[in-house]
Ligand binder design. Structure first.
Ligand code: FES
Length: 62
């Protein structure tokens, strides 16, 4: 699941998101600045914003 591509326009995988969270990214806008995730099609932006929040929650509640 970790190497699943979640934004195919910009080749972003679940692992990439996790990596950025570990490096301190705490909001979706910053993640977008770093990866361009969800900047080209609105439906995936919403899905990926939810996914990001879930992964962030999981990471900070460890
Ligand atoms: S899949 Fe990448 S912007 Fe939508």
């Amino acid at each position: 699941m970790e190497d699943k591509e979640v934004c195919c326009c910009h080749n972003v995988t679940v692992n990439d998101i996790l990596k950025h969270i570990q490096e301190g990214v705490r909001d979706f806008k910053t993640l977008q600045e770093k990866t361009k995730i969800g900047t080209d099609c609105p439906p995936c932006k919403e899905d990926n914003e939810l996914l990001f929040k879930e992964l962030l929650q999981r990471d900070i509640s460890k």
